[in-house]
Structure formats: C-alpha cells, structure tokens
Design a binder for this molecule. Structure first.
Ligand SMILES: Nc1ncnc2c1ncn2[C@@H]1O[C@H](COP(=O)(O)OP(=O)(O)O)[C@@H](O)[C@H]1O
Ligand SMILES: [Mg+2]
Length: 155
C-alpha cells in the first residue's frame, strides 16, 4: 500500500500526529500548534482560490535570500504538494504597546500593520501573515501605524 492508496479515514487519523491545539483562525487560514514540535505551527488554507499558503511560501522563498528582509518574517519550513498545508515557525503574541515600542519603523513593503498578523520570535517582532499584504517593490522604511482589530482580544 502506498500513500495514495491509504483510506481517507486513516489519513485523517495521521493529521492528529501533525496538528495539536487550534491557535487561531483568520479569513483564509486555520492555524494549529505542531503536535510534534510546539516551536512550529501548521496552517490549513481554508480560503477558496486565494492561495494564501502558496503566496506566503513564495514570499519566503524570495525574502530568505536577504538578511535585511528575512528578519521581518516568521520563516516558512515547508508546504504540502497542493499548498493546503504549510508549516511556519511559531511566534508568541505581541501587544500594541510592545509593537509600538519594539518596532516604531517597518519596511515600506508592509501595507497592513494589524497586530494579529504579527508576533515575537526570539524577542524580535516578525510578521506571520504575509500571504497578501506586501508591496515587494517598495524600499526603505516608514513610521509604523500599528492597529488592533475590534474583534481581537487584548493581550
Ligand atoms: N506563525 C504563527 N505563530 C503563532 N500564531 C500564528 C502564526 N500564524 C498565525 N497565527 C495565529 O493564527 C491567526 C490566523 O493566521 P493568519 O496567518 O493571520 O491567517 P489569515 O491569512 O487567515 O489571516 C493569526 O491571527 C494568529 O493569531
Ligand atoms: Mg491574518
């Protein structure tokens, strides 16, 4: 029996090895703690046709070549063949106050500074949702206008 011959029920069961607690949801993804390594998350793309996981993976492939740029992004580890599943380094939640203190300026290519899309990795502010809101051509930095969505819990 090879992978593609395994019954769907057993494939469902295999996901319990990979996905732990549901950490968060957004318009496009469900995000789980990686069951076998809590320093990673597993992102399921639930959007229809927005390909957020694929875009995030592609942005990471470009940015990881630049030390100055990659430090702003939570690294992507791998993506499944169809792009529905992606693994990314897990960040810890960051408050608006911390964002304003730790990152008063950000590169101009970040177009959406909603706090839920950012976290801390080794004490550094990083973006963990960069599938959509990047203008890769813009260079230089700008004053950061951090904001929190009304439905977001205070941290
Ligand atoms: N790398 C990560 N580490 C920890 N939590 C994350 C990570 N990525 C996403 N999350 C959590 O899951 C939520 C949804 O993920 P996100 O990437 O923003 O998906 P969407 O594209 O649907 O907005 C985030 O707001 C955040 O709370
Ligand atoms: Mg998001």
């Amino acid at each position: 029996v090879r992978l593609y011959d395994i019954p769907t029920t057993l494939k469902d069961d295999a996901m319990t090895l990979v996905c732990g607690e549901l950490l968060g949801t957004g318009a496009a993804r469900q995000v789980y703690v990686c069951a076998f390594d809590p320093t990673w998350v597993v992102k399921l793309d639930t959007s229809r046709g927005k390909f957020q996981n694929v875009r995030e993976w592609a942005v990471w492939q470009n940015f990881k070549e630049s030390a100055a740029d990659k430090k702003w992004l939570a690294p992507v580890g791998c993506i499944s063949d169809s792009g529905h599943w992606l693994m990314q380094r897990r960040t810890t939640p960051v408050s608006l106050i911390e964002l304003r203190r730790l990152a008063p300026r950000v590169p101009k290519y970040f177009t959406d500074l909603k706090s839920a899309n950012w976290g801390l990795l080794d004490g550094v502010v990083v973006c963990h949702d960069y599938g959509m809101s990047l203008h890769e051509v813009a260079s230089g930095t700008k004053k950061a206008e951090w904001w929190r969505a009304a439905d977001e819990v205070q941290s």
